[in-house]
Every structure is written in structure tokens, then in C-alpha cells.
Design a protein around this ligand. Structure first.
Ligand code: GLP
Length: 240
């Protein structure tokens, strides 16, 4: 694993943007695996600034997202589909038809997971962006998820519901279930870029980099990926 420690969040976001922009310039029809959460917001801001300033072209880029809350349709302002349009896609010249995410409003969850797996098979990712949960989760693969998992429905851990409640009006509004790309599918991306910021991620980062490879820490599987880069700020790197 390549590890880049930055002095702060701003530098982390700029370094991550350089990597993503490099992928797109090198391959105009690249498939980007994208993530939600607050961590990639700085990166997404940098990509939009670069698009305005330098005209980096996303017209042929395809984007697949990691996860979505079950029960929230794409127009719900707390859905990840909405988050991606608001925080990234609307600021790039990406064709929304080339952006993919699980359908949170699907009536048949099992069928939706199958549909998403087939889609992932047809769109091998050039790079997969990841944040990390304070309990070591990636996407919504909570501790205990088998490394062989493909897209599935998850019951969110209480700590994840609490962590994510800051983005909702009330903790009662946070869905308890979600769809997530599985760890097996994440590992199939050609390259992986993990971002971590702040002291509350320091323990998870320590376990990701130096911990035992165990299903109790989903992010630890990334130690087995041949092309994984971690960028973390000094607070998140404090226990390395
Ligand atoms: C959520 C998302 C993850 C994300 C994690 C960390 O649970 N499903 O993909 O990495 O939160 O979020 P944040 O970046 O806001 O700390």
C-alpha cells in the first residue's frame, strides 16, 4: 500500500484530485468508482474547480457509486444519488446517463443487488475511491462482512447510524438499511484510492494499514490489493 500523509485536509483533497484527474486525462472513457460521505467533498470541489479552469473532459467518463440507503429514492435529498448530483456531477460535464448507483427505491432488494452486480461486471473500474468508517467499514460493508461479498443489503451498525446522523435532520430519519457494493467487487477495481481525515479515523487507519487482515475490520482487506493508495492527513495518521 502506498501511503501519503498530508499536513491537512486541503492538501489531501488536492493530492486526491491530481490522481483522479490523471486517470481521466489518461483514459477519457475511464470508469470511476465514487464514494459519498464528507471526506471526498474537498476532492469533489477540486475536480469542479479544475473542470472550470482547465476544461478536463468528463463527457465519456462512466461513474459507479458504492452504496445507497434502502428506502430513499434518487430525489430524496438524503439519498446518495442526490448527494452525487449536488456535490459533483452537476459541476462536471458528465452525462448523468453514464452515472450508476443502486436504486434505493427498488421494490425487490434481492433483484436490485443482482442488477447492480451485473452492471459492475460490465463496467470494470479503473479506480475506486473510498472513505473509511470510524469502525473500519468501507462503503457500507460493516465489521463481519465476508471478504467474498458482492452487492448486498446491510443492516447498518449503530455506530454508523450515529456517525451519519449529522447529515440528517434527526437520527430517527437515518435509514437502518442500505445497499452496498461488496468487498469482493471493491477489490476488483484496477486501483484503489482511500481517503481519511481527522482524529476519529486514526484507529481505523491504523487497523487498515498495520492491523490483522480480518473480516472484523473490513478495510483491512485492502492490504491484499496490488495497487492501493491511502492519503490521510496528519490527524488521521496519528497512530501510524
Ligand atoms: C458512510 C459511507 C462510506 C463512507 C463513510 C465515512 O457510511 N457509506 O462510504 O466512507 O460513511 O464517511 P465520512 O467520509 O463522512 O466520514
Amino acid at each position: 500500500m502506498r501511503i501519503i500523509i498530508t499536513k491537512d485536509y486541503d492538501e489531501l483533497s488536492k493530492k486526491a484530485a491530481e490522481i483522479i484527474i490523471g486517470v481521466v486525462k489518461n483514459k477519457p472513457n475511464a470508469v470511476l468508482g465514487l464514494a459519498t460521505g464528507t471526506t471526498p467533498l474537498g476532492l469533489y470541489g477540486e475536480l469542479k474547480v479544475d473542470r472550470d479552469k482547465n476544461g478536463t473532459d468528463y463527457s465519456k467518463v462512466r461513474a459507479v457509486n458504492l452504496d445507497e440507503y434502502a428506502g430513499l429514492g434518487a430525489d430524496n435529498k438524503n439519498s446518495y444519488a442526490y448527494f452525487m448530483r449536488e456535490n459533483l456531477f452537476n459541476g462536471l460535464n458528465i452525462d448523468l446517463k453514464n452515472t450508476y448507483i443502486e436504486n434505493g427505491a427498488a421494490a425487490d432488494g434481492a433483484a436490485e443487488c443482482k442488477r447492480y452486480d451485473a452492471l459492475l461486471e460490465s463496467l470494470p473500474r479503473d479506480i475506486q475511491l473510498l472513505g473509511i468508517g470510524s469502525n473500519g467499514h468501507i462503503a457500507f460493508n460493516e465489521p463481519g462482512t465476508p471478504f467474498g461479498a458482492t452487492t448486498h443489503t446491510v443492516e447498518l451498525a449503530a455506530s454508523t447510524v450515529k456517525d451519519n446522523s449529522r447529515l440528517f435532520d434527526s437520527i430517527d430519519d437515518v435509514p437502518r438499511k442500505a445497499y452496498t457494493m461488496g468487498l469482493k467487487s471493491i477489490m476488483r477495481s484496477r486501483s484503489i484510492l482511500v481517503l481519511a481525515t481527522g482524529a476519529n479515523k486514526a484507529e481505523a487507519v491504523k487497523n487498515l494499514v498495520n492491523g490483522e487482515i480480518t473480516e472484523n475490520v473490513p478495510a483491512s482487506v485492502l492490504q491484499l490489493h496490488p495497487d492501493c493508495t491511502l492519503i490521510c492527513d496528519s490527524a488521521a495518521a496519528a497512530l501510524l
